[in-house]
Design a binder for this molecule. Sequence first.
Ligand code: DQA
Length: 153
Amino acid sequence: MISLWVLHGPNLNMLGVREPDVYGTTSLVDLDAMLHSRGAAMGAEVTCLQSNHEGALVEWVHGAVAQGVSAIVINPAGLTHTSVSLRDALAIFQGVKIEVHLSNIWQREDFRARSLVAPVVDGVVAGLGTESYTLGLQAAVKLVRRRDGGHAT
Ligand code: DQA
């Protein structure tokens, strides 16, 4: 079984309520439930974690290293554009890493166009609403299987 962690950054606990025209109407609880079931269907055990605190996210990435997690799918939210610490933590994690965003960060304010995280991840999916997460999950599982030479169970 592939172990995959989905990390959600600040304010994503407010999904569904928060600027629904930008981020959609799906709640985080519903999104996480969907990711669990999609993951299970692909042979991945999905753990979803959300925090509004940079340090908590950094420590979860350290935990993923310690526990030998296969892949991280992360929406760093506002920390995407500001957090050297989260970027540095992700650089330590040697498993598969996919950055996701609900909105198209290159279509919005200038300050969102730069991701500090993007250079240390395998790929980025953005602008597709919750589909960014499901495609990110799919890509992560595929990359884990490819890296394991098809031997991951
Ligand atoms: C976001 C985009 C970020 O710029 C923003 O700060 C978020 C959410 C997205 O999913 O589109 O909180 O990461």
